[in-house]
Design a protein around this ligand. Structure first.
Ligand code: AMP
Ligand code: ZN
Length: 493
């Protein structure tokens, strides 16, 4: 089954043909660790995680490199403000970011290089660019000469004239003073007051200083994935200037093109039609939402459920609705897992119809088919919902034999590997709870026979409270019929 992605470079859907068969080298721009990441950032990281999981499900070995930007204007400003070294200041946010990635069930990158640990790589790359005439030194800083690179603008479709006015959000005013052209961008920044004291300056042939943001990603991606690699992803704001500049740096230095075969960018997470961002103040961190008792898997589902190339308007209501959907998946899995110990209210069919396995295999194929089409997640999720409906119907009618139950459990395991929703995180009913349920069943039988016996009622209530105190919800049927349990709420924190 061919896999197609929308490549920002060609602005069209292209069949994914990696450089090495069944191997995918993927670089995703990581966060700047100056603060907690907001959930807009996590839209990008969850999209990238889906991309990786999907390729792995298709049998690719994915080498996933994600950098951490631990030196830039914001990290330096934070360290100076808190009177910490740069390393101390960024370590706390790097740790928080990785904790958040785990909470959202994103796979750990194969490698996560930090910019400050790879300074020599960047110096070497800058030296090559100087030798080849793509860079020049000015007042202790080094700049990239954009006009020298023929292909500049091929990713963002901006021409040099447009760039002269556009420039970058992240360009500081004082950079303009020493640049030859407004379009040039910094590769190495000469040191400023206070930076050396907090460990934010390194020696270089041009004096003390620190790398620019763009050179980081060129240097670190090429070191791990080679001068040319398969996939590079990020949010749409990275297309220009960051990724455009990465191409100029890498292709300028190596003379090899294309630096990256497929560029994938996700659209923004919006709040009331505006990009969620720190500067607008319209953001939630993951921690803000956890404090509101939000299930991180509901957030993950909400972030995943809209195609990555469509803007996603964030609402708390949307996350709540997502929570209801995945609760249904959880419950279905849980019922299959605990089928053998839960009382039946419908007689088991004497002859079980055909097993569910072939149908679930068909669903799996359709889910993959959807995702193969530029990660068409709506199609994939609709097939998942259909499968869950079918399993539920058969469960209710007692039409699932042991093989079918096993097939359903395996189906959910497969879905978890693909979508990372941790559906299989729900648990079997512990033996101690089952024993209490049995005991209570006996008492309820006696209650049915002797309704006026208050002591029996009290005993039954006491047992129910004991079970519920341990987090399980008891659902009583009509008197005399066996009670059942409802799934414990997913414990995620
Ligand atoms: P930063 O830490 O600013 O470099 O951003 C980390 C990642 O989050 C990048 O891939 C950005 O493109 C992405 N990003 C930032 N804001 C949003 C947003 N509102 N929606 C989606 N992605 C975003
Ligand atoms: Zn980057």
């Amino acid at each position: 089954m061919p896999v197609r992605f929308y490549n920002t470079l060609s602005q069209s859907l292209e069949e994914f043909k990696p450089l090495r068969e069944k191997h995918a080298g993927m670089y995703t721009c990581g966060p700047t660790v100056y603060d907690f990441a907001h959930i807009g950032n996590f839209r990008a990281f969850v999209f990238e995680d889906l991309l990786r999981r999907f390729l792995e499900c298709c049998g690719y070995h994915v080498q996933h490199v994600m950098n951490l930007t631990d030196v830039d204007d914001k990290t330096i400003a934070g360290a100076l403000r808190e009177k910490k070294t740069l390393a101390e200041y960024t370590a706390q946010y790097a740790q928080a970011f990785n904790d958040d990635l785990k909470t959202l069930n994103c796979l750990t990158p194969t490698s996560q290089p930090c910019a400050t640990e790879k300074i020599q790589l960047m110096l070497d790359l800058i030296k090559t660019l100087l030798e080849k005439g793509f860079a020049y030194e000015s007042k202790g800083s080094v700049y990239y000469r954009v006009s020298k690179f023929q292909g500049y603008g091929k990713l963002s479709k901006k021409n040099l004239e447009m760039n002269r006015t556009g420039a970058s959000e992240r360009v500081e005013a004082d950079e303009y003073e020493s640049k030859q052209e407004a379009t040039d961008f910094v590769l190495w920044k000469g040191v400023k007051a206070g930076e050396a004291q907090i460990g934010a300056a390194w020696d270089s042939p041009w004096g003390q200083g620190r790398p620019g943001w763009h050179i980081e990603c060129s240097a670190m991606s090429m070191q791990e994935l080679g001068e040319r690699f398969d996939l590079h992803a990020g949010g749409e704001d990275l297309i220009f200037p960051h990724h455009e500049n990465e191409i100029a740096q890498s292709e300028g230095a190596t003379g090899k093109s294309p630096f990256v075969k497929y560029w994938l960018h996700c659209k923004f997470l919006l709040v009331d039609g505006e990009k969620m961002s720190k500067s607008k103040g319209n953001f939630y961190t993951l921690r803000d939402l956890l404090a509101k008792d939000c299930d991180p898997m509901a957030l993950r589902y909400a972030l995943l459920a809209v195609h990555y190339r469509s803007a996603l308007n964030f609402t708390l209501e949307g996350v709540k609705e997502a929570g209801e959907i995945i609760r249904k998946f959880d419950e279905c899995y849980w019922l299959c897992l605990n089928r053998k110990v839960l009382p039946l209210h419908t007689p088991e069919l004497a002859h079980l119809p055909a097993g569910i396995a072939p149908l679930l295999e068909k669903n799996k194929a359709e889910i993959l088919e959807g995702l193969s089409d530029d990660l068409n997640v709506s199609l994939a999720l609709s097939r998942l919902v259909l499968a869950v409906k079918e399993i539920n119907t058969r469960l209710a009618e007692n039409r699932l034999g042991p093989d079918s139950l096993q097939a359903a459990l395996e189906f959910f395991k497969w879905v978890d590997a693909l979508l990372g929703l941790n559906i299989c995180g729900t648990q079997e009913i512990p033996g101690a709870i089952l024993a209490l349920m049995d005991k209570r069943s006996e008492v309820r039988k006696q209650v049915a026979a002797d309704k006026s016996n208050k002591a029996l009622w009290t005993e039954s209530d006491k047992l129910r409270d004991e079970i519920q105190a341990q987090g399980w919800i008891v659902k009583d049927a009509r008197p005399g019929e066996p009670s059942t349990l409802k799934m414990k709420r997913r414990k995620w924190d």
